[in-house]
Design a protein around this ligand. Structure first.
Ligand code: SF4
Ligand code: MG
Length: 324
């Protein structure tokens, strides 16, 4: 396994109390595989990613338990210097907002080239040639002429391609993409997602794709891990999960995707809001919103039950859910 997160716990200490952002998350991704991590905002999906990358806001954030194995090494035991070397070269991250991730006063070619100067000791001139090559690779038209342009001179979609180019520059083994297309128009979203998926396959990288949008993952992900209140509530190969969810929360998410064959019908929405991470409900954290909840759900935290060898569900009544 390229990346294996084991029983990760992360909390944030604030003036108002402790927010339990990640409460025992385990997931893994292999080389050449795409894992989609799905959840609403505040589900812990980005915090988990930040812990993996070693960019957690700390303090107030603190990893209180677990392991993060990358190519067999526990990242949490490495020195910061070693982690810095791994970051960018062996694992890279793509963020939602390219405009704030890129330096506004530096031409994009210089920013791309910088990776090769810093990590590979290349000359400025060679690094610029590499930058053009990368911009070509992510299909930015007229790359050679645009290498001196600044981030604001590109459209949102093109900027996101530049972010992808930056992440791919040193051909890392793992990419973590946090809502990489959320800020884009729907048509551009699909193009950028297709590009990312294509490059991921070509370079047989592991990809962790973080999203709140179940609609974007069907075509690109191999597996899905659904998060709620800092836990994984369902984990499954993507097609199994679409065919028959084994957790009421996943079922609710699936039912709220607009579908062509359901035109005119009112869209389902899960009632209520995700809980505050400072006051996670007892028992199953989803119980206040779950239409299938009963007494046991209000007292006992459901473990991740094995549904099949490849699937897990953290619902006491997963069998009933699976049967529809
Ligand atoms: Fe709903 Fe209970 Fe299952 Fe939680 S454990 S998802 S409350 S049925
Ligand atoms: Mg987020």
């Amino acid at each position: 396994m390229l990346l294996e997160v084991r029983d990760l716990h992360v909390e944030f200490r604030t003036r108002d109390g402790v927010a339990r952002a990640v409460n025992g998350v385990s997931y893994g991704v292999d080389a050449g595989e795409t894992l989609a991590v799905l959840g609403e905002s505040g589900s812990g999906k980005s915090v988990t990613a930040q812990a993996i990358m070693g960019i957690l806001d700390s303090p107030p954030g603190r990893i209180t338990g677990g392991e993060i194995l990358f190519q067999g090494r526990d990242l949490l035991r490495l020195k910061e210097e070693e982690r810095r070397r791994i970051r960018g070269a062996e694992m890279a991250m793509i963020f939602q907002d390219a405009l704030s991730a890129l330096n506004p006063v530096l031409p994009v070619g210089d920013q791309l080239g910088e990776m090769f100067v810093v990590h590979r000791g290349m000359s400025r001139k060679d690094a610029r040639a590499k930058a053009v090559e990368l911009m070509d690779r992510v299909r930015i038209p007229g790359a050679a002429a645009r290498v001196r342009d600044y981030p604001h001179q590109f459209s949102g979609g093109m900027r996101q391609r530049i972010m992808i180019a930056m992440a791919l520059a040193l051909e890392p083994a793992l990419i973590i993409a946090d809502e990489p297309t959320t800020a884009l128009d729907v048509t551009v979203q699909a193009q950028v997602m297709d590009l990312l998926a294509e490059l991921q396959r070509e370079l047989t990288m592991g990809l962790v794709l973080i999203t709140h949008d179940l609609g974007v993952v069907a075509d690109v992900a191999d597996r899905i891990a659904v998060m709620y209140a800092g836990r994984i509530v369902e984990s499954a190969p993507v097609h199994d999960l679409y065919k028959a969810p084994a957790h009421p929360y996943t079922r609710g998410l699936l039912d709220s995707i607009p579908r062509l064959d359901h035109k005119g019908r009112e869209l389902y929405a899960i009632k209520g809001l995700p809980p505050s991470l400072m006051h996670i409900p007892a028992g199953c954290a989803f119980h206040p919103r779950c239409t299938a909840a009963r007494d046991l759900c209000r007292t006992d935290v459901p473990p991740l039950h094995e549904v099949t060898g490849e699937r897990g569900s953290a619902c006491h009544f997963w069998r009933e859910c699976l049967d529809g």
